[in-house]
Design a protein around this ligand. Structure first.
Ligand code: ZN
Length: 143
């Protein structure tokens, strides 16, 4: 297992902007506040969504669009560095007007309607994402 021990840094509770891109808004907040590693949970609603499923055979993300307003039942993710920039990895569960759920890996192109978020900064040796040969995914290595 590739893991480090961390101290808790700052904790943030707040609201993301209407129509902001969900992943992009979190990454922007991290850049502005110097957060290079952390975890977050969020809930609220999105105007539409772009999600993906990672096909382990073809080693490609298969993206799909959700073209209607949805409740954001749960969004959980982490923040780490890739190419020196904080990037978000998040999975999102959405529900429609009849309570049906669709979920997947969050992609950019998911505009926020309302979003309340808790971000926990972590302090210590950074985990950095680099391309992993075995999975084809950008996985963590020690910084
Ligand atoms: Zn994912």
């Amino acid at each position: 297992m590739i893991a480090n021990s961390y101290e808790r840094g700052r904790s943030f509770l707040g609201r993301l902007p209407l129509e902001g891109d969900l992943a992009g808004s979190i990454e922007g907040f991290c850049r502005e506040n110097g957060i290079t590693l952390g975890m977050f949970t969020a809930l609220g609603a999105v105007k539409s969504a772009r999600l993906a499923y990672y096909d382990q055979e073809s080693r490609e993300y298969r993206g799909f669009a959700v073209d209607e307003p949805m409740e954001m039942v749960s969004c959980m993710g982490n923040i780490s560095l890739r190419d020196g920039q904080p990037i978000v990895h998040a999975h999102l569960a959405l529900s429609d007007g009849e309570g049906r759920t669709i979920s997947g890996h969050l992609m950019s192109g998911t505009p926020i309607f309302a979003c309340e978020i808790f971000i926990q900064e972590l302090l210590g040796e950074p985990l950095v994402r680099r391309q992993d040969e075995e999975t084809g995914l950008p996985l963590w290595r020690r910084g």
